[in-house]
Design a protein. Structure first.
Length: 479
């Protein structure tokens, strides 16, 4: 709270009694305002991000086919957000949003790499805008902010924000980088992994176990970290392609295919991820750090429909429907939030960046972030939010989607498609599967939400598709 800003908004008064009252109020507010947090007051922060894990890929989310006890326990001890969204239906844009607190449209990171001709269907009517997967010059990451505030910073896992070494975690505020590079997926989950930032160790070792080991090892090096509070990203490659999992876990799911489980290997990948997270949480508990640690667990986008069953959500990765955008989100912060709570407010990836900064006691101007701290919701308080916005003006790797943007306001979601400028409107609380388009029945609401969405796109400087003539469809790839 900026007390000087508060009083600058008050009209000038000459009444001495009001001046004295204001002075007393000012002094009272100054006393009440918390000062900077000391090192002992700052929580340790662990941000866990899985890759392509769908909204229904956890037992606690309702999938009885999968075994995820560690993550289920995390939910039982924290707050689960069933209306959580990734910033994008593909990975790199969400990763950029998490690192900066800025919307992918503002960052101009709107595709999972340089847009390539191989993604473009011959029948397309629009050409995607230019985009880059790397963080833009001048952007400031939460790791940089936390490091300046005295945090030790470590990165473990998938980065996928730029192909050059100068784009990777060590250039963006992290003191250690194990596994982060430009790869969208690992060449293999088995050691040797052929990941340039992860040396081979034990042949045949599983990648997700190795990343957990590396984090636990870093956690134990208190002398190197100088007993500073720490911020770590454990961003698993799992359950992204290639589909490989430990044999014992694959065997556990064989013969159980059906609704909720398309492939036993994928089930093994989910459980392998859960197992690694369980080891990390156990280590925090054994070291006596768990109750002083803010743990955030989420995914970078919805599940790929070729690998997982996203029902009851519509579609999956690469689509702007709910299956591509809704993700699991669990926040465990014992000193702020109670356990076993469910918070149904719609939230988005940029909120997690804002929450991390808030937890560290860092004050950032509101207009420099596109997210809001979740602290009020975690503490059981209400908050105001006008809308959530999404922008995916590209064709995905599967070429089956239509470039689009979307807005969610209250229970309503409107999708605007660029190929024919049409809209679809859904009431998500009554129609989670987005099966009934309300736009023809509610044209005024649809028009108002469309106008609001287009204004937001203009405000953030979003790159937009352009309409193309048939003879120009073979133009060179955008980069």
């Amino acid at each position: 709270m900026d007390t000087m800003r508060i009083f600058s908004k008050q009209p000038a008064r000459t009444d001495s009694r009001i001046w004295i009252h204001s002075l007393i109020l000012f002094i009272g507010l100054a006393i009440a305002l918390p000062g900077p947090l000391t090192a002992s007051e700052k929580p340790d922060i662990l941000l866990i991000l899985t890759d392509d894990m769908g909204w229904m890929d956890l037992r606690v989310q309702g999938n009885q086919k999968l075994h995820t006890p560690a993550i289920d326990r995390l939910a039982a001890e924290g707050v689960r957000f069933p209306n959580a969204y990734s910033a994008s239906p593909v990975c790199s844009p969400t990763r950029g949003a998490l690192m900066t607190g800025l919307a992918p449209a503002r960052l101009q990171i709107t595709q999972h790499g340089p847009d390539q001709k191989q993604f473009w269907p011959e029948s397309r009517k629009v050409q995607p805008p230019k985009t880059s997967p790397r963080l833009p010059e001048g952007s400031v990451t939460i790791a940089e902010r936390l490091r300046e505030a005295g945090y030790a910073t470590g990165f473990f896992g998938k980065w996928h924000l730029g192909s050059e070494e100068s784009d990777w975690p060590l250039s963006h505020g992290f003191e250690i980088n194990i596994g982060g590079c430009g790869f969208g997926g690992p060449p293999t989950y088995w050691d040797p992994y052929r990941i340039p930032t992860l040396e081979p160790r034990n042949k045949g070792e599983y990648l997700t176990d190795r990343l957990a080991d590396e984090f636990i090892d870093w956690l134990g090096k208190k002398e190197e970290n100088g007993d500073r509070p720490w911020f770590a990203c454990l961003w698993t490659y799992n359950p992204h392609y290639p589909f490989e999992a430990p044999a014992d876990l694959v065997a556990k799911y064989e013969g159980k295919e059906g609704p909720g489980l398309k492939n036993p290997i994928y089930g093994g990948q989910i459980e392998a991820t859960d197992r690694a997270i369980g080891r990390v949480m156990k280590e925090l508990e054994q070291q006596g750090q768990l109750e002083d640690t803010l743990v955030i667990f989420t995914s970078d986008n919805g599940g790929w429909s070729g690998a997982t069953d996203n029902r009851p959500l519509r579609k999956g990765k690469g689509y702007i429907y709910e299956g591509g955008l809704r993700v699991p989100l669990i926040v465990r912060w014992p000193k702020v939030a109670g356990s076993g709570k469910i918070e149904r407010a719609p939230v988005i990836s940029m909120d997690l960046a804002a929450t991390v900064l808030d937890a560290a006691g860092l004050v950032v101007e509101q207009d420099s972030l596109d997210g809001q701290s979740l602290r009020p919701l975690l503490a059981g308080e209400a908050w105001d939010r006008e809308a959530l916005y999404f922008h995916y003006p590209h064709f995905a790797f599967h070429k089956a989607n239509r470039p689009a943007s979307a807005i969610r306001s209250g229970p309503y979601k409107l999708i605007y498609f660029y190929d024919d400028e049409s809209v679809e409107l859904y009431h998500l609380e009554e129609d989670l599967s987005e099966s009934i388009d309300l736009a023809p029945k509610q044209p005024e609401r649809a028009a108002a939400m469309k106008a609001q969405l287009l204004q937001w796109l203009e405000n953030v400087g979003a790159g937009l598709p352009t309409r193309i003539a048939a003879e120009k469809k073979t133009s060179e790839p955008q980069e």
